[in-house]
Ligand binder design. Sequence first.
Ligand code: GAP
Length: 517
Amino acid sequence: MTQEETFKQLTAHAKEYGFIFPSSEIYDGLSAVYDYGQMGVELKNNIKKYWWDAMVRLNENIVGIDSAIFMHPKVWQASGHVGAFNDPLIDNKDSKKRYRADVLIEDHIARLEEKIQKEVEKGRRKFGDAFDERQFLSTNPNVLRNRQKADEIRARMTEALNANDLEALRNIIIDCGIVCPVSGSRNWTEVRQFNLMFSTQLGNISGQDGIIYLRPETAQGIFVNFLNVCKTGRMKIPFGIAQTGKAFRNEIVARQFIFRMREFEQMEMQFFVRPGDELEWFSKWKEARLQWHKALGLGDGKYRFHDHEKLAHYANAATDIEFEFPFGFKELEGIHSRTDFDLGNHQKFSGRKIQYFDPETNESYTPYVVETSIGLDRMFLAVLSAAYCEEKLENGETRTVLRIPPVLSPVKAAVLPLVKKDGLPEVAREIMDTLKYDFNCQYDDKDSIGKRYRRQDAIGTPYCITIDHDTLADRCVTVRDRDTMAQERVPVSAIRGIIEEKTGYRPVLEKLYDINK
Ligand code: GAP
């Protein structure tokens, strides 16, 4: 099965089992906006708790806040979003469709890469075992021609983007003969900058002055509360402020399911440090965040750092943690050393003194900031795509199982009376009523036990607890493990401990790197 087919199956599965629905589906959906269903919301909440506890609970010097989505419009001037939070867009005059100019070019490069890949496959078929891919890539004329084209186009695009040269971007589209995927024509408009912030109007102010934005990141809510938290929380540098919440971006290109959405959720933490110490903290946070990901056990090889060579004007170091999604390695989280840019600019635009008095050095200064920023929905997609598995069983059947890390599984245990009579439901209800205070459990007494196991596999439930006739006599149940499908007979009194051990947060949190050591 190709990666594209697997991804299609994954999105269909996410809908079928109540993880993710297209927004307003009965009206044919709203592009790049999604709703989380009954399973999705549980998984999302569990990811959020894992992040929050790792940040706020484990670190005495990190506290959380929950700031409003609407903020004073000047915030977005100070942060640079009004002036520079843009994407270059181009319209096709025939189809009236709008595209991101750089994405049209990237897609063109991807097609050249595909041609190279096809050539390699042809070579492999032709030469069989004697095929030497490295030699083929460095000598085959078709490969070399397409490689050179791809490299040249990429270099031109990078130069145009870095120079903010919109005409140069358009020239690449024209020179490459890129056509609109809908109309097939090359009838393009000029390239223009398009601001990604959604705006709306305050009720009591008319005209320009009433324009207000939906926040495009949660970070600014932290910066504008720096003084409040510092004072009321008696915080001492180094310290952090964390928050999770919705962010909104009017993305022109909306694809790859919940990877790029117009309304999404971020989990961000700003760590305030003494100027000069920021690069040391930056590398500590890189380590800590990678470990947070790896502790889930999705596979260490699925992560890599992508250190930024070209830095934003306010940053002196930046990296992405990339994850191997079904469509390749892509950014999952950003870690940025943002200097004093944000606090400094808020000081300028607000006219308030935003400084910290350091009792150790007897100095006042604007703290430097190391930020960690991860998209909750993107993390959700990472977990779901790594967990999704179609498995051939020994008896020839296939099962679809979500190998979600048990700590994040939406449902921790299913309570299944073998039959709906003979006193089994009563015992099952008794077990359910004990477990429900600690774990999200499901009670299911419909269909054969095999079908019920499959339903639980499909939503990633780590344990199925079956109550049978022997239970009435020996007070023991059968506990089935999702991953191994092994079944074990255990006393009713042991169930709680077994589930706690495998699905609790503590064992995962204990694996984490202590940032303050
Ligand atoms: N405060 C820094 C900031 O917002 P960013 O790289 O623009 O940095 C951080 O975003 C993270 O937010 C990304 O690594 C990604 O996980 C997530 N993210 C950004 N745009 C997104 C979108 N349109 N849909 C889903 N997640 C998004």
